[in-house]
Ligand binder design. Structure first.
Ligand code: AMP
Length: 439
């Protein structure tokens, strides 16, 4: 028997429904913030991620799924969404669009060859947003407020928003030097990955999952001490706008975030749930003012975030967020070969009118069909057999009230709709042409 690959999962219909509901909330909130959906390919040229995300970041140096295609090109399954969106932004010249600040969001699978555990997969779903074309701190604050609004709409309360600034290029450079001179001589006490990071990307050391609680890192200089005047002013303004929007946040001076492209504001949202354990970061984001240019576009600032959808789903399940229930409005019970044609006609009419409906395809008798209708959670069962055909009627059983009535078969759709929209209507005499409740 074949089994799914390590770090992947199937979403069976019941769980898929929950994800659809989650996406619905995401799309609604995105609309309110006027972010529009973009869909980019799942694989891109390998180089894009090396240039965009950074050669020395873990997700690029150790975790990519990379393959050479038949045309000898190196392709990589996207490990994150920003690089592809930026590529598309440049390729489609969205920077020249009539609307100068482009606000985009995406929902889709990402791939990282990580050690799988609860909340960490090799194929996982991210919902992310990217806003291009403004370096205003208002946009940083809007993006954070958008992320928080998603959580509010989902009624996920027990979260903290951590924000920090790593500053502009000059601040980052000064900070890097200070960090390197602080760590010189101490790096031996850190993990082997940190030894490499010390040479290639020292900022990443602060983000190390293994050493994050060590005294060496706790006492390390913080980016905020090296912010230039203008970087500090930017960050102060972000905070001012967050406060204006009454968003609770914590300034977390050790937050740097793992990807190379960030400048100025970085932020993360953590959910406090035992079920998530160490993987409790449900959203991460920040500003990236050099990324568009470094990928070949005009100098264009940007800011964005990404949520891990599986972790969002854990948070939702722990607060009993229910997906839309699995149900049918109508189960069409046809009893006999001769009745199938009319049964299909009636079923089709109900479906055209939007009723969620189904029928048996296995020539089952009445009893197993009742059982199937119950398993499908059908609200109404329409029974159509020889006797009903002779009289031009159909029996309609309301599974909620247990009542069964006989109506003219042409009235089936109207009767169900009336009952669904006006449950108090209690007409039992619907075979009459003049009955109001089923007209
Ligand atoms: P990142 O792109 O690393 O900033 O991640 C953004 C968010 O995606 C994280 O906060 C997680 O919620 C989620 N995430 C990252 N990696 C994984 C993974 N391997 N499995 C599931 N979710 C992930």
């Amino acid at each position: 028997m074949y089994q799914k690959m390590k770090g992947t999962y199937d979403l069976l219909p019941e769980q898929t429904r929950k994800y659809q509901q989650l996406e619905k909330v995401i799309r609604n909130v995105s609309k309110i913030f006027n972010y529009n959906e973009i869909r980019t390919p799942i694989f891109e040229a390998t180089n894009l991620f090396h240039r965009g995300v950074g050669e020395t970041t873990d997700i690029v140096s150790k975790e990519t799924y990379t393959f050479t295609d038949r045309g000898k090109r190196s392709n990589t399954l996207r490990p994150e969404g920003t690089a592809g969106v930026v590529r598309s932004y440049i390729e489609n010249k969205l920077y020249a669009a009539k609307i100068p600040v482009q606000k985009l969001y995406y929902v889709g699978p990402m791939f990282r060859y990580e050690r799988p555990q609860k909340g960490r997969y090799r194929q996982f779903l991210q919902f992310g947003a990217e806003a291009f074309g403004s370096s205003s701190p208002m946009l940083d604050a809007e993006v954070i407020s958008y992320a928080v609004s998603i959580l509010r709409a989902l009624k996920i309360k027990d979260v903290t928003v951590h924000v920090n600034s790593i500053g502009d290029d000059e601040s980052k450079q000064k900070y890097r030097e200070a960090l390197v001179s602080y760590l010189d001589g101490k790096v031996d006490t850190l993990c082997s990955d940190c030894h490499n990071r010390f040479k290639t990307n020292p900022l990443r050391i602060l983000d190390c999952k293994i050493d994050k609680d060590s005294d060496v890192l706790k006492n390390a200089p913080k980016p905020v001490q090296y912010l230039t005047e203008s970087a500090k002013e930017h960050f102060d303004n972000v905070i001012k706008y967050l406060e204006a929007m009454e968003i609770d946040y914590i300034v977390d001076e050790s937050l740097v975030r793992g990807l190379d492209y960030y400048t100025h504001t970085v932020f993360e949202v953590n959910a406090h749930l035992d079920s998530l354990g160490a993987q409790n970061t449900i959203c991460g984001g920040g500003r990236y003012d050099n990324l568009v240019e470094s990928l070949g576009g005009p100098k264009t600032p940007g800011v964005g975030f990404a949520f891990g959808m599986e972790r969002l789903m854990f948070a939702l399940e722990s607060i009993n967020f229910l997906g839309e229930p699995e149900y049918l409005h109508l189960y069409m019970m046809v009893l006999g070969e001769e009745q199938k044609e009319e049964g299909m006609k009636l079923l089709n009419r109900c479906r055209l009118g939007g009723l969620i409906s189904d029928i048996d395809f296995l020539d089952k008798g009445m009893k197993p069909q009742f059982k199937l209708a119950a398993n499908l959670k059908a609200r109404f069962i329409a029974i159509y057999g020889e006797e009903e055909q002779k009289q031009g009627v159909i029996n309609l059983k309301d599974q909620e009230s247990g009542e069964q009535i006989t109506i003219k078969k042409e009235k089936l759709y109207n009767k169900i709709i009336t009952e669904l929209m006006n449950p108090s209507s209690n007409c039992t005499d619907c075979a009459e042409e003049s009955c109001d409740s089923c007209e």
